[in-house]
Design a protein around this ligand. Sequence first.
Ligand SMILES: [Zn+2]
Ligand SMILES: [Zn+2]
Length: 347
Amino acid sequence: MDLYSAAQFSVRRVSSELFSPGSIFSVYSLATTFCIAVGALAWRHKARRGRVNLRAIARAIFDKRLILNNSFSADVKLAVLSVIFMPAVIGALVISANAVSMAVRATLTSAFGPLAPVDCCALQIKVVSTVVLFLAYEIGYFVDHYLKHRVQFLWELHKVHHTADVLTPVTNYRNHPIDNVVFGYMLALFIGGASGVLDWLLGRHTEIFSVDGKNILFILFLWTIGHLQHSQFWIPFGGVWGRLILSPAHHQIHHSNDPEHFNRNLGSVLAIWDWMFGTLEVPSRKNPRLAYGVEEEGVDPHSSFGMLVTPPLKSAAALWRALGSVGRSSLGAWSFVTARVQQRRHG
Ligand SMILES: [Zn+2]
Ligand SMILES: [Zn+2]
């Protein structure tokens, strides 16, 4: 690929990321998020001081301390990597939800036989399918995130997202490429699995309400509170809402460097999985002024080396240790069993 074609390819990738309504960083989702942030800050100013100070709101949204920061520059580097270089690699490595769906449908058909296509109630079926596949995405996200916080070799890769000292919508991209590949597999399994079951039950391919192939319920989240989860604006949902939906403040608690907040609020949109598994931390109304980031010894977590090279090395070392301890436990169990057998023979 010559320089001109490389430049053309990069421009196409960036423009698709910015102008496709289903992209996670579309100008539309950023515009709606901007309006919601301005509205929330104006409402707070009015409630506290009886008037709205537009200059203070602009200063809060375009905060120089956030942008002139090593953590933000690191987020931007990973964003460029994710947008321009990684889609092809991840697309090639990750099995698609479609392939999983076809495999599940074929397995069910060969085990139980085909079901007659459902011909009625197309709209209701489309609504139910949209909700079911959204729930499949949600459960897949929660399981993936739960494992990444519990299993050391997965945590070493996921930690890249948590080394951000400041949160902005660009932090969405702050993920190690291998972490993204694992996430892709998990979503393919859960969404593809659910879609295969639906296809078999309905006797035809499942249709959902979507934008650019993405579930419309996820797009709704992205266009409202999704970007605010990675922002400095404390917008908490309390009471019943705080147990159903993860507000921006819920996710800021997830990034907090206070040990009391570690491994809390692991879901994406819905708080119910965290509620069910005891990992939910409902935010207070008052802003606790959280600090973010993870201490890393001997490496700058915002350098390219610290973000891209150290995590897979640490992950491989953790996996090696885990395999070693499994090997030692198996050896111990085997020695115990053979000793007992010999004892019985002699007894
Ligand atoms: Zn996390
Ligand atoms: Zn995050």
